[in-house]
Write a protein that binds this ligand. Sequence first.
Ligand code: NAD
Length: 267
Amino acid sequence: MNRLDGKVAFLSGAARGIGGEAAKLMASVGAKVAIGDVLEERGRQTVKEIEAAGGQAMFVPLDVTQEASWTAAIDATVKKFGGLDILVNNAGIFVGKGVEDASMDEWHKLVAVNLTGVVLGTRIALPHLKTSGAKSAHGSAIVNLASVAGLVGSQLDPLYSLTKGGVTLFTKSTALEFGRKGYRIRVNSVHPGVIDTDMGQQTFAMRARALGTNDTEATRKTSLTMHPIGRLGVAEDIAKGIVFLASDDAGFMTGSGLVVDGGYTAQ
Ligand code: NAD
C-alpha cells in the first residue's frame, strides 16, 4: 500500500519539518525525491539521511517566491531523475499577529511564500505533470500544504489564515481546471492541526507575544487543548497523509482536503 516505486517527487521547503519527513517517507516507499529549499545545509543533510537509509534524493536550491528559481529547480530534477510525477507545495511561513499588529511587509512576505510560491510551483511543474499523468494509470499528483487555518477561522493569525484559505480553494479550482482540460493530474490538499516542528515552535512564541507574555509553555498548552486527541501532531503524522494523496491509493481523489488535525476542526 502507498507505494511510490519509480515515481519522481519534488517537494518545496523539504529541508526540515513536515516536508523533510514527507521526503524521507516517500524515498522509503520507492520514490526518487528532490528537495527544494532556501536552507541549503539542512537540505543536504536531509538528502544524506535519505541516502544513508538506501533511498535516492537530491537537493536543489529553491526560493519559491522566484519564478527563475522554480524553473531551474524543476529543470534540474527532470534532468537528473528523468521526469516528474509528484509535486508537493509544502514551503510556507507563519505570522501569528492580528490585523492591527502585523506589518504590511509581513503580509507581503506571507503572500509571496504561501500563495505566489504555490502558483509558481504549479505552473512550472505543470508541463511535466501533464506528460507523466498521461502515462500513469491514476495520473500524476499535486499535494498542497494548507492548514486547519484554511478551513476555520483563527483569531490569532488572520493573515496566515487568509493565505491558507487561498491554498484550500486553489487546490479545488486547479483540480477542476485540470480535470476539465483532460489533464490526468490529481490535486489535493492536506490540513494539519498544530504540528511540533520549527514552525510549531514559532507559533507558540508568536502567540505568546500577541497575548503580551513570554510564556510559550502556556501557549503550547493552549494549543494542546485545541486537539481533542490529547497531543500535538508530529511531522510524521502529516507525511503519511502526503504520501497517501501522492500514491495510486488515492487514485479517485481530486479536489479533496485531507484533514489531519487530532480533532481540531471537529469542535
Ligand atoms: P517549517 O518552518 O519547519 O518548514 C518550512 C520549510 O519551508 C523550511 O525548510 C523553510 O526553509 C522552507 N521555506 C520557507 N520559505 C521558503 C522559500 N521562500 N523558498 C523555499 N523554501 C522556503 O514548517 P512546517 O511546520 O514543516 O510547515 C510545512 C507546511 O505545513 C507549511 O506550508 C505550513 O504552513 C504548513 N502547516 C504547518 C503547521 C504546523 O503547525 N507546523 C500546521 C498547518 C500547516
